[in-house]
Write a protein that binds this ligand. Structure first.
Ligand code: ATP
Ligand code: MG
Length: 581
């Protein structure tokens, strides 16, 4: 922690800068929020801080604008970074409310099931988990909740790990629920021996029926059974039953309005090999049982879960009560969803099965691997999910917000090039054979390129349609021409002549590609996967056109801004994926 003197200097700098930007006057609130976004730890001494700020703000407001500016110049030579950029980078964690602390270390966990590729919804969950762990100098556990071998694959454990790494998430501990399977079995046995759980052999249909009718089944009442629950317990652990023949159920309350509490399943038999344990284990705990026990044993202080588990929270607590295990604090947040884009492994799997998408990294998807392929920067994803905060309201945030965060990040290093969609020939009949040097970026030094031009150019059909004879237009970064003749029907050609080279603000500017340095190029443009809740067959457009041939020299995965078309990422020599406008 900095000394008070340093804090005072920083407050002074912020106050001066803000005042100088607002006709010489600033106020306590603005300065307070800026200093807190830079130094969140100061929240602990808010009272003294506000006092300090008040004194400094008063003295700054007494200065005139000139004096303020003079002081700022002096301060800036000591290089205190208070501009808007650094504020933004620090703003992230402040969208999260404080946790209720219990005196123990803050430990959070992200518990994915390795049954598919992680998506942006998982990113939201894990980034919140990680952010809290960091905020309180605690720990983040990545725990694979792998207790349903029916759906789980080794591949998915690996993908989840590497996608989280790409996202910049660094778990302090990585483990699997299946590591603890014998311990989970023991807790299951204890629960049954204590009479808080029982073996049920009624079969799926009856169980469902009794649940709806709020009737306790014969197994629970332990009547009509030739064997006791304890005998059955030995049998189920001894492998005497097959899949669907018996389950272990929690003794809840069949009268409960919350159907989750009507004797939910704790263990079931799954006769499919587990990706890590093979067929050694066939009695697997459900998420309802494994999650609370694991959270408790792992030392999780705050279990963050999406709101859809709301009805299961009471069960979570009841199981821990019966087992006399420590109870973590459950914190809920809303599931991230978007209009017309599936954020659920189940829906994505369905699309894959139906052959409607090319893979988990199909650029229309919001899986992390698709987003990486499509050129999203992981920093933009983090920033976006944190900007949503910890609301409980079912939010469907605008995807555009994420795009704009990404644009800010990639813009400084995306090289500018020309691409024309659906090309139309443009002949400038008195055009000269010349070489022009164009900058790869308007403000940053990303190099230059030389482009040879002659009399023949290509422009996009969209632009061509809007031209009129006698109109003067500028070929961007080249010169102005005057349109003579437009024949889009027969010859698909426009003729023009050189006009002049004056920069005229209002003049229409269009991008072009020279016949001397041109290549065919295609851009994959992903769109919404669903239209009115149905798969959108036009969700992947392939835009064909011509690009400057210098695009061929680019390696793959380079961000490009095709001027007036949008940001793209090169995939292969002659193709790219559209990221956003
Ligand atoms: P899906 O429906 O995609 O299969 P899931 O919840 O079954 O999701 P898990 O692997 O069990 O997937 O999820 C791990 C964690 O990620 C859970 O804590 C879950 O709450 C969270 N999570 C999953 N999807 C979202 C989402 N769309 N928004 C926020 N959090 C999510
Ligand atoms: Mg799940």
């Amino acid at each position: 922690m900095e000394s008070n003197e340093e804090i005072r200097r920083l407050v002074n700098a912020i106050a001066l800068k803000n005042a100088s930007e607002h006709s010489g006057s600033t106020n306590v609130n603005t300065v307070l929020s800026r200093i807190l976004s830079l130094k969140p730890e100061l929240k602990n001494e808010l009272k003294t801080l506000i006092e300090e700020i008040r004194i400094i703000v008063d003295s700054v407001n007494k200065l005139d604008l000139e004096q303020q500016k003079k002081y700022i110049n002096e301060i800036y030579s000591v290089n205190i970074n208070i501009d808007s950029k650094s504020r933004h980078e620090n703003i992230d964690s402040h969208t999260l409310p404080e946790l209720q602390l219990t005196g123990t270390e803050v430990v959070t966990r992200f518990p994915p099931e390795p049954n598919g590729y992680p998506h942006i919804g998982h990113a939201k969950a894990v980034v919140i988990d990680e952010e809290y762990a960091r905020m309180y100098n605690g720990k983040l556990i990545l725990r694979f909740d792998d207790t349903n071998p029916m759906n789980e694959k080794l591949e998915y454990y690996e993908v989840i790990k590497s996608d989280l790494e790409w996202l910049g998430v660094k778990p302090d501990i990585i483990k699997n629920t299946s590591d603890d399977i014998l311990m989970l079995h023991e807790y299951g046995k204890n629960l049954t021996r204590n009479g808080d759980a029982y073996i049920c052999t009624c079969g799926i249909d009856n169980i469902h029926k009794f649940r709806m009718e709020q009737i306790e089944c014969p197994c629970r009442r332990n009547i009509d059974n030739s064997e006791s629950n304890l005998e059955r317990l030995d049998k189920i652990f001894g492998g005497a039953y097959h899949q669907n023949e018996a389950i272990i159920r929690f003794k809840g309350n069949m009268q409960d309005k919350n159907t989750v509490m009507r004797d939910p399943t704790l263990f079931r038999i799954i006769e499919v090999p587990h990706p890590l344990l093979g067929d050694k284990i066939q009695l697997w705990p459900t998420y309802d049982f494994a999650a609370p026990v694991e959270d408790s044993l792992d030392g999780v202080s705050h279990a963050l879960r999406t709101k859809e588990y709301e009805l299961r929270n009471f069960l979570y607590q009841s199981i821990l009560d019966k087992l006399h295990l420590r109870k973590p604090i459950v914190v809920e947040f809303s599931r991230l969803e978007f209009d017309n884009m599936p954020v659920s492994k189940r829906k994505i799997k369905q699309l894959l099965e139906d052959g409607l998408i090319s893979g988990w990294d199909d650029p229309r998807l919001l899986t992390l691997s698709a987003m990486r392929r499509r050129g999203f920067d992981p920093k933009a994803i983090r920033k976006f999910v944190l900007s949503l905060g910890l609301t409980l309201a079912e939010t469907k945030p605008p995807f555009k917000a994420l795009e704009s965060m990404n644009r800010k990040i990639i813009d400084p290093h995306a090289i500018r090039l020309f691409f024309v969609k659906d090309p139309i020939k443009l002949i400038v009949d008195d055009g000269k054979n010349i070489k022009v040097t164009l900058s790869n970026h308007p403000t940053n030094d990303l190099g230059k390129r030389e482009v040879e031009v002659s009399t023949v150019f290509y422009i996009s059909r969209d632009d061509a349609m809007l031209l009129a004879e006698e109109e003067e237009v500028r070929l961007m970064e080249l010169y102005n021409i005057k349109i003579k003749n437009i024949d889009l029907e027969n010859k698909r050609v426009i003729t023009a002549s050189y006009f002049n080279n004056d920069i005229v603000r209002e003049m229409k500017k269009i991008q072009w590609v020279s016949d001397k340095s041109v290549t065919k190029y295609s851009i994959l443009v992903p769109k919404d996967l669903y239209l009115n809740d149905k798969f959108n067959p036009n969700s992947l457009e392939i835009v064909e056109g011509y690009a400057e041939s210098s695009v061929l020299q680019l390696k793959s995965r380079i961000p490009i801004q095709f001027i007036r078309f949008g940001f793209c990422i090169s995939e292969e020599k002659k193709s790219a994926i559209f990221i956003h406008r």
